[in-house]
Design a protein around this ligand. Structure first.
Ligand SMILES: Cc1cc2nc3c(=O)[nH]c(=O)nc-3n(C[C@H](O)[C@H](O)[C@H](O)COP(=O)(O)OP(=O)(O)OC[C@H]3O[C@@H](n4cnc5c(N)ncnc54)[C@H](O)[C@@H]3O)c2cc1C
Length: 282
């Protein structure tokens, strides 16, 4: 038997954590329960459910920031009107996660804390300049997502801390956005490579701002700031797109594993970027 603790607010959660310091936070359980099962269920630490905690729920807008509760499921994110208006890129990526049953359970906070290089919410959150809010009994701290995820499966979360909210600055909209993931099949598949892009263009069609991120091609999400800068004002023609592809292929750092070779991933990262930019030309 394993104890399952079900606090309903953060204060209760922290007092339970004080009593059971080894308890494992569980949100949707779609990563954690798989992991515990893989370990043969020998791990008997209590589970600390985050599902009923008020402070981890809800999606709201305040002072130019969109604040998403860490325990928001992907189904909720997809259906939320504020996300549809201010962060449709996140909704698009969310709609590719698992299948409907997984999206009803899996949470944004769980995806971030798992810190998988293939986590599908991570590339959108990076280009949207997301910050994460972390709480402990003593204090709250806020940090950019790129500082929070420090390696495959590793975050800046300290013992006794909980990821409470994800904060997105509310930008003037990016009319051109895209998320694509290539897996070994269409649904319920981990990304072999993924791409998220945001572009804003001037009246004459030239790029004003570009933000790109790639998943599954490095230990954490890959960004190439020099490419984003070079694209500002650039004329997108076939030669230029060829150069973009070469830059992307040379700057990502994938590994070979059971799902794909490093070379294939490099090629996919370049092709997904070019496909997105070609879409702008259309
Ligand atoms: C069949 C299947 C298909 C899947 N498909 C995809 C996919 O297409 N794309 C994708 O990215 N992922 C996929 N996943 C992985 C998983 O569903 C996601 O990573 C999901 O977002 C995890 O969220 P969760 O709420 O279930 O996390 P949980 O399993 O509850 O938790 C994961 C980890 O995060 C910690 N944690 C959770 N929330 C918090 C918090 N607020 N504060 C501190 N720690 C926390 C837990 O302690 C645990 O270590 C799939 C999983 C399955 C089983």
């Amino acid at each position: 038997m394993r104890a399952v603790l079900t606090p309903t607010n953060l204060q209760e959660l922290f007092s339970m954590l004080e009593q059971y310091p080894a308890a494992l936070p569980i949100a949707g359980g779609t990563d954690l329960l798989v992991l515990l099962r893989q370990n043969g269920l020998r791990d008997r630490r209590p589970l600390l459910s985050l599902a009923e905690i008020q402070e981890l729920q809800g999606i709201r807008e305040k002072g130019g920031t969109l604040s998403i509760g860490a325990a928001s499921t992907f189904s909720r994110i997809i259906a939320d009107p504020l996300i549809a208006e201010h962060a449709p890129l996140l909704a698009r990526a969310a709609s590719t996660i698992g299948g409907p049953a997984i999206r009803n359970m899996a949470t944004l906070g769980g995806n971030i804390c798992t810190a998988s290089p293939a986590g599908d919410s991570l590339t959108p959150l990076h280009v949207l300049a997301a910050k994460v809010e972390i709480a402990s009994p003593a204090a709250k701290r806020i940090m950019p997502i790129e500082h929070f995820i420090v390696g495959p499966g590793r975050t800046a979360l300290r013992e006794g801390e909980i990821l409470t909210r994800i904060l997105l600055p509310r930008y003037a909209s990016f009319p051109d956005y895209g998320f694509e993931k290539i897996g070994r099949r269409r649904a319920m598949a981990i990304a072999v490579t993924s791409f998220a892009g945001l572009v804003r263009r001037a009246a004459d069609g030239t790029i004003e701002t570009a933000r790109f991120a790639w998943g599954s091609v490095g230990p954490t999400v890959v960004r190439i700031p020099s490419l984003e800068q070079a694209l500002v004002g650039a004329k997108l023609d076939a030669d230029y797109l060829c150069q973009v592809a070469q830059i992307v292929a040379s700057r990502v750092a994938p590994i070979s594993d059971v799902r794909a070779t490093a070379d294939y991933r490099r090629m996919l990262a370049a092709n997904l970027t070019v496909r997105f930019l070609e879409g702008l030309l259309d």
